[in-house]
Ligand binder design. Structure first.
Ligand code: UT7
Length: 331
């Protein structure tokens, strides 16, 4: 069976820069706390009226251009987000309309920080079996409208940022290039460790004034718990995909981990024995853009000349659900 490959990567972040000092004016936090605990210095916020699918449009154009393809070459869209434009329909449908691709299938995946790799796995399978030739895999998020700038919400509010990344997946033209392995995992026992409890279809009505007063519409996170799981599961799945590809960590030219916390990434890279100069970090500039972090990382690495033809790339993510995933690809 023909291998699939990532043919092009792109990204887009909003222009508005929000520093830690800006956030410290809104709630009790400090630049020192945020930098020490997370490594984040600033993040980007979208303007009012801009949804995840809007951020995705320029990211997709960039990915297609770098792949040497046009919009009309796209046969399917997989859109990963935890902050869809609206509850339904999926952001993939809005993106499909904005790109001008009537009739082309658009599917949303809801796997939070692991969403891009879950989407990549779907695209990889579709391309390998020949169902679709060129699949756009998108990770895009607008978090700034969904976090609480108060003492109660400050743990989450300081880490999330807005942004979008995209990859075009298509058939590989060489046996030694393409996606070599992807592995996906989930464990629902941590489902309430990072979640938004309401509005919820299991409540009648889905949201009440009382729920709003309790702040159930905001993300709630057990940060230390999530941290512990991330530093265990990311190296585990990284080794799993390397083994499946027959590679070792020495074969890795570039490690693109999910960007949730600089300390998590450093611990994961150290555990795997991957040096800092081979690891992509952009959390200091963007914070955690959940499903968008890996494609943004790939796209910036490409622009910086770190993702050259032949580069062996390891990707790993962990997030809400819990979900975690890894992939290795040769560009
Ligand atoms: O991408 C998806 C997954 N998300 C993650 O992977 C996040 C993983 N977790 C983390 O990155 C860390 O747990 C955080 C950065 C979120 C928090 O760091 P922590 O070292 O685990 O801090 P903590 O939650 O234990 O809080 C320590 C203290 C608390 O005060 P007390 O109880 O010691 O008085 C918090 O109330 O820091 C306080 N705190 C803050 N202080 C200033 C929490 N958030 C803030 C804040 N600014 N933004």
């Amino acid at each position: 069976m023909r291998r699939s490959a990532i043919l092009g990567v792109g990204h887009h972040v909003p222009d508005k820069v929000v520093t830690n000092h800006d956030l410290a004016k809104l709630m009790p936090t400090t630049d020192e706390w945020i930098v020490q605990r997370t490594g984040i210095k600033e993040r980007r916020y979208a303007e009012d009226g801009v949804g995840a699918s809007d951020l995705a449009v320029p990211a997709c154009h960039m990915a297609l251009e770098r792949a040497g393809l046009e919009v009309k070459d796209v046969d399917a869209i997989v859109f990963a987000t935890l902050s869809p434009d609206v509850q339904f329909p999926g952001s993939g449908c809005f993106l499909q309309r904005k790109l001008g691709l009537p009739g082309v299938p658009a599917m949303d995946v809801r796997n939070q920080c692991s969403g891009f790799l879950y989407g990549l796995s779907v695209a990889d399978a579709w391309v390998r079996v020949g169902q679709f030739r060129h699949v756009l895999v998108v990770g895009a998020e607008v978090h700034s409208t969904g976090v609480e700038f108060t003492e109660r919400g400050r743990d989450v509010a300081v880490i999330f940022g807005d942004g979008a990344g995209a990859a075009v997946v298509g058939p590989s033209d060489r046996d030694d290039r393409g996606i070599f392995s992807i592995r996906l995992h989930a464990d629902g026992k941590g489902a309430e460790d990072l979640w938004i409890p309401a509005p919820a279809s299991r409540h009648m009505p889905r949201i009440t004034h009382e729920m709003l007063d309790q702040g159930l519409q905001w993300p709630h996170m057990k940060g230390k718990q999530v941290f512990r799981w991330a530093v265990e599961k990311m190296p585990e799945v990284a080794r799993e995909v390397l083994d499946a590809a027959g590679w070792t960590t020495d074969d890795v030219d570039l490690f693109v981990p999910h960007q949730a916390n600089m300390r998590i990434n450093q611990m994961v890279a150290m555990n795997l024995g991957i040096p800092a100069d081979k690891t992509v970090h952009n959390i200091e500039r963007y914070g955690n853009t959940t499903a968008a972090t890996i494609p943004i990382g790939l796209s910036e690495a490409y622009a910086e000349g770190r993702l050259k033809g032949g580069a062996r790339v390891l990707m790993a993510a962990f997030g809400s659900g819990y979900t975690w995933a890894g992939a290795v690809a040769r560009f």
